[in-house]
Design a protein around this ligand. Sequence first.
Ligand SMILES: Nc1ncnc2c1ncn2[C@@H]1O[C@H](COP(=O)(O)OP(=O)(O)OP(=O)(O)O)[C@@H](O)[C@H]1O
Ligand SMILES: [Mg+2]
Length: 259
Amino acid sequence: MAEIIAIANQKGGVGKTTTTLNLAYSLHQLGKRVLTVDFDSQANLTSCYGIENPNAIEPNISHLMMARMEEDELPDKAAYIKTANGVDFIPSSISLSVVDASLRLEMGSEMMLAGILEGLRDDYDYILIDTCPSLGSLTINALAAADKVIITVNPQLLAMMGLQDFMKTVRKIKKRINTRLEVSGILLTMCDSRTNLCKVLKDQVYDEYNKVVPIFNTTIPATVKVGESIYYGMSIQQYSPKATAGIAYREFAKELVAL
Ligand SMILES: Nc1ncnc2c1ncn2[C@@H]1O[C@H](COP(=O)(O)OP(=O)(O)OP(=O)(O)O)[C@@H](O)[C@H]1O
Ligand SMILES: [Mg+2]
């Protein structure tokens, strides 16, 4: 039965999508059955899988969400689950932003994604949800569906700002809608340990949060190869097997599996 993990942080550009892509591939390499869900209307994860025009792919996650809201039957799994490099994924498109607006008007709409993913739990070991940079109704749906949340933090981007608000949202969701929800840990990304700024900011994250939530031992270094791999629609491990970030994501997958 799959463990459902949301990769989240309401801050943009902190490595959520990159982590979803590369963690999923690393877990697959460890022999795990993995599904990723692109739950961001930017559809970056969908593009990472080499899909040039995500808006042309139907049905995608927004159709499934709409079907749930209308109490309609979901389409066949084969219609919406795609596969790339051994990892299954459910694509997204800009139409998810319409769902976001509808969710805000619909009563009891927090569990829509949970309902979709419950039907897929038996097929996988891990289901990873890539979330959008906001604390709105889509992120609430992702956290309501998840057993765990991995918070990606880029120490360069004023890491501490907003983290308190995020933790507060997690606590509220745990109390009100999803008692299973736990913070798996904070993952530091794009973190070049050789730079002084990174060291200082890393210490700051540890001082502030180590007592509150776990911080993963593995940190993901910054490397230009990550951007290149995304451009070519590959995971970093496939694009450049010796790249430090790819090795780090492999270590991170092992750390996660061992928890
Ligand atoms: N380890 C890394 N080294 C270098 N660049 C990276 C690394 N991880 C991510 N990036 C780059 O940083 C940018 C932001 O990463 P990503 O898209 O994963 O963040 P995000 O949190 O998903 O952003 P958003 O909130 O907009 O969805 C991308 O251009 C990506 O290529
Ligand atoms: Mg993203």
